[in-house]
Design a protein. Structure first.
Length: 211
């Protein structure tokens, strides 16, 4: 019985290790700030993948307060450790909130895209918007930065990650920056239509027919 258990453990562990990895490199929006981790959109993504028969394992490499500079510094090690097939980049919001230059933010994001591709991972970029109090010109340039970068690099883009969430008080925490648990499913729904086609090469037939 003990040998059988060890054999089954080895098979399960090997299958888990060989499963394609979706890694999320983000900030507090992906780190489930202020809510239970299991109710965050990244945890919900893992649940959806399993429910629809996808073999992927989700790794959440998000840290609250992260900037593109911090994400870029951590990325090489994370790519080497987890070897993702897909990298979801959800960064830049804190750069904007701190008034950092768009050019610097863009360069950091562009370098992350390059590193992901060099490591064999398909990058997916999540676009962000800044609160209107930052001024119309600055907020428009910030949002356009994601569109231009995605077009230039031919990267799949979610135009606005918090679409349908940021303007709904019931889906935002008191700070007006972080979504509540109620907003997390909508965030996942914003990502899914862009992410799902990237999953197809590893998807079982039943998952493909379900979508």
């Amino acid at each position: 019985m003990k040998k059988l258990f060890l054999l089954l453990f080895f098979i399960v562990s090997s299958a888990s290790a060989e499963a394609p990895v979706v890694m999320v490199l983000g900030d507090s929006l992906s780190a489930a700030y202020g809510i239970e981790q299991e109710r965050g959109w990244v945890a919900l993504l893992q649940q959806r993948l399993q429910a629809r028969g996808y073999p992927h394992r989700v790794v959440n490499a998000s840290i609250s307060g992260e900037t593109t500079a911090g994400g870029l510094a951590r990325l090489p090690g994370a790519l080497q450790r987890f070897r993702p097939s897909i990298l979801i980049i959800e960064l830049g919001g804190n750069d904007g909130l701190r008034g950092l230059g768009n050019q610097q933010t863009r360069e950091h994001l562009q370098r992350m895209i390059t590193l992901a591709r060099e490591a064999g991972a398909g990058p997916l970029l999540l676009g962000m918007m800044l609160p209107p109090n930052f001024g119309k010109a600055f907020t428009q340039k910030f949002r356009q930065m994601y569109r231009e970068l995605a077009q230039e690099e031919s990267v799949p883009l979610v135009p606005f990650f918090l679409d349908g969430v940021a303007n709904d008080p019931l889906m935002m925490q008191g700070d007006g920056i972080h979504p509540t648990a109620e907003g997390q499913p909508r965030m996942l729904d914003n990502v899914w239509p862009v992410l799902q086609p990237m999953l197809e090469p590893a998807a079982p037939l039943q998952a493909r027919s379900a979508d």
